[in-house]
Design a protein around this ligand. Sequence first.
Ligand code: RNT
Ligand code: ZN
Length: 421
Amino acid sequence: MKNEIIEKSYALAKEQYAAIGIDTDNVIAAMAKIDISLHCWQTDDVGGFEKAGSVLGGGGIQATGNYPGKAKTIEQMRADLDKVLSLLPGRQRLSLHAIYGEFGGELVDRDKIEVKHFQGWIDWAKERGMGLDFNCTCFSHPLADDGFTLSSKDENVRKFWVEHTKRCREISAEMGKQLGTPCVHNIWIPDGSKDVPVDRNGLRKNLKKSLDEIFSVEYSKEYIKDSVESKLFGIGSESMVVGSHDFYVGYAIKNNTMITLDNGHFHPTEQVGDKISSILNFVDEILLHLTRGVRWDSDHVLTFNDELLLIAQEIIRANALDRVNIGLDFFDASLNRIGAYVIGTRSAQLAFMYAMLEPTKTLVEFEEKGRTFERLAYLELLRTMPFGAVYDYYCHTNNVLTGEAYIKEIIKYEEEVLMSR
Ligand code: RNT
Ligand code: ZN
């Protein structure tokens, strides 16, 4: 899009928003607070670099499709991430999984990983002024094959995963220390039962014991922020998930950890947006895993839909941005992965910008006076306001391509880089 058109469109949009009491310049300035953590696993369908050509293991994580161009080495992944970063306005973080270390061709088992395997990533992030987040990888491993990790009744298996997760927290704390911004460490485990189990209680007691052991090591909150992620069901855990929402909400409140809300992890009619103002009354901070579930936790590319919008609106309306860590969690192997990455991240940015372009105070006044027609009418009006022009201008002021130009740039990268992999 021509600069002149971007600027003219923005000038008109600015006037339209001013008429309903919104200062678009302020909103653009506030976008600096939308720090989105990019999930590294979108570049390679959650494969990781433990061994060459590794494939996705069990545990309810499933990517479908085999579009060419997936990152097969750390160098390729870093090149892809740089491309993605160049097409995004604002600041981002990077979220790594434990299987993405630099293991130098050696097979380093999960209970042996160390900071040194991630020092390259820390340096990489430092050069770019980015923060890092981290995730233990309790799946895609022979000791996770029977579906139980931290809740396993096999004491050796349980201990193995406790040790892995402890090491992941140690690595996270070091990342936070070296980079000067706390690293969010997220625990998600696949543990659950395909068919109706009998001893749910025993498994949940085990999970609680494992978490207590893991969190018995204390680190400064300046270095690490801990979070736990629940799930309703997964492939192979249809009948029961040990780490259910009730389990982790209870654990998080009692132990002052964060709760991870992945919007693919609930019943399709449940809204994660509705949960935010409840949970934030009882825990200090939350982590979001933004995704798009189609009929199930399918992890489709995030798009600008009502579900995402409600999440962003609820955070902005509750003035809770500084208590929400925004992470992404989608992986689709059926289309250009870099394109998917950029679409999803831009959609998240757009949702937060849209939420900030709302005259919330006026709407609340209508609501409190019972003037529900005007509340609804304004909400509908906002949908056709020129928020796209504001987003384009935001990209423009960040020297980032807008409109169809970014699409062409991704096609060029596909032709020049991805297709020759
Ligand atoms: C799985 C969880 C989990 C993973 C990532 C890779 O259902 O959403 O967050 O997607 O850790
Ligand atoms: Zn998730």
